[in-house]
Design a protein around this ligand. Structure first.
Ligand code: ADP
Ligand code: MG
Length: 268
């Protein structure tokens, strides 16, 4: 496979949207796999107690596995939870377990409760990774806040449906609070339109509206609705390896290419 430009410094990309079911996990996993297929070293950090990203990457996340819970709550070194995904040789995962559901509450009484992921990532030698993608739970609680404080870039997946923009102002408001108080580096670098149904006018109206509102940061590539995309996780796979020729895999590959190349242009 053709290699894409690799960043000079690790890019930590938080994938967040407090709505459930908009494609956060699907996007995290498939962008990660696409980038890995083109030569990058990639780590997916699963911050959702459901552990869907861990499942999709074929990574064990039963209750006893060392996980992001231990990193955030028990100061376990990051290196102790990172495992290789059987998907691809240069793809890794820091799994989530159901214990993380409790972390949302346990974090409240911790010192620097919003910055625990950042601290853990800062003391971890992540230079071997080109990309760290952080998959967030569907809320604006402390786990997502940790991901916003821990990331350099925010990628927002937006599902092309009627209520798509509802709630986004709340997310952007949270981002503004984070940039003014906790992490000035964070920028909304990327918006990805997901589950696009080309047969409906609504989808194209939503896409137009998102583009006129957010401009350049919206990727040209849109991810179509595709059965293959939704089937892949049940085989412990990304769609990139489950069915590389499917429309969903091709779209995620295009989107990942944009993510890799755009930044190379900005950086040069
Ligand atoms: P989130 O992480 O935001 O909750 P998911 O990535 O889990 O969202 O996606 C929600 C559901 O939609 C999942 O069942 C997933 O398999 C399905 N899905 C996501 N993207 C697509 C797509 N492009 N085509 C078809 N189904 C999709
Ligand atoms: Mg998810």
């Amino acid at each position: 496979d053709r290699e894409w430009p690799r960043p000079a410094k690790t890019r930590v990309i938080t994938v967040a949207n407090q709505k459930g079911g908009v494609g956060k996990t699907t996007t995290s996993v498939n962008l990660a796999a696409a980038l890995a297929m083109h030569g990058a070293q990639v780590l997916v950090v699963d911050l959702d107690p459901q552990g869907n990203a861990s499942t999709a990457l074929g990574v064990d996340h039963h209750a006893d596995v060392p996980s992001m819970y231990h990193v955030l709550i028990e100061d376990m070194p990051f290196a102790d939870v990172v495992v290789a995904s059987p998907e691809l040789p240069n793809l890794y995962c820091a799994p989530a377990t159901l214990h993380l559901a409790g972390a949302e509450i346990e974090l409240v009484s911790k010192v620097a409760r919003e910055s625990r992921l950042r601290r853990a990532l800062d003391s971890y030698d992540k230079t071997r990774f080109d990309y760290v993608l952080i998959d967030c739970p569907p809320s604006l609680g402390l786990l997502t806040l940790n991901a916003l404080v821990g990331g350099d870039e925010l990628l927002i997946p937006i599902q092309c449906e009627y209520y798509a923009l509802e709630g986004l102002s709340q997310l952007i408001g949270t981002v503004d609070l984070v940039t003014s108080h906790l992490n000035p580096e964070l920028n909304v670098s990327t918006i990805l339109l997901t589950m696009y149904d080309a047969r409906t006018r609504l989808a194209s109206q939503v896409a137009d509206e998102v583009r006129s509102h957010f401009g350049e940061v919206v990727l040209k590539t849109v991810i179509p609705r595709s059965v293959r995309v939704s089937e892949a996780p049940s085989y412990g796979q990304s769609v990139m390896t489950y069915d590389p020729g499917s429309t969903g895999a091709l779209a995620y590959s295009e989107a990942a290419s944009e993510v890799a190349h755009r930044w190379a242009e900005v950086a040069s």
